[in-house]
Ligand binder design. Structure first.
Ligand SMILES: [Zn+2]
Length: 144
């Protein structure tokens, strides 16, 4: 006997959430064990490789490696936008995971246009500032 479509859909959704959590844990273990600065198997940023321009994600792997080793200042140096956004992502992720584990409907992603526009502007300004060659903007650049 098959489950009703709504239950089957929820069960399938829970599987994806569980797979996502598992992938996140594996990624954190890999980042803990292997320094992106010293191991070449990590993907390289194609924008930086081809143009020398730092994208908003440049330094993210090194930042996460530093964070899992408890070096918050180093993580901020590599990618402060990522590090400063992690608490917000964690709160949303935990709310979502909690709802899924309780069998409730996952909280909908209420995305209003104004916060998205603000986030977009922050990312663009961050990207521009970290590519300006001079103090104090070089603090935002992750380095080669
Ligand atoms: Zn990049």
């Amino acid at each position: 006997m098959e489950a009703p479509p709504i239950l089957a859909s929820r069960r399938q959704h829970s599987s994806w959430v569980l797979a996502g959590v598992l992938a996140l844990v594996v990624a954190m273990v890999v980042l803990f064990l292997f320094d992106p600065s010293r191991n070449g198997f990590y993907p390289r940023c194609m924008l930086y490789v081809t143009t020398g321009i730092y994208c908003p994600g440049c330094g993210a792997l090194r930042a996460m490696h530093s964070l899992v080793h408890g070096r918050v200042l180093a993580a901020l140096h590599y990618n402060c936008l990522l590090v400063l956004s992690l608490p917000f992502l964690a709160v949303y992720g935990l709310r979502y995971l909690s709802a899924m584990l309780d069998g409730r409907q996952a909280p909908p992603l209420h995305v209003r246009p104004i916060p998205i526009m603000i986030l977009l502007v922050v990312v663009i300004v961050f990207t521009i500032l970290r590519n300006i060659p001079g103090m104090p903007f070089t603090y935002l650049a992750p380095g080669p």
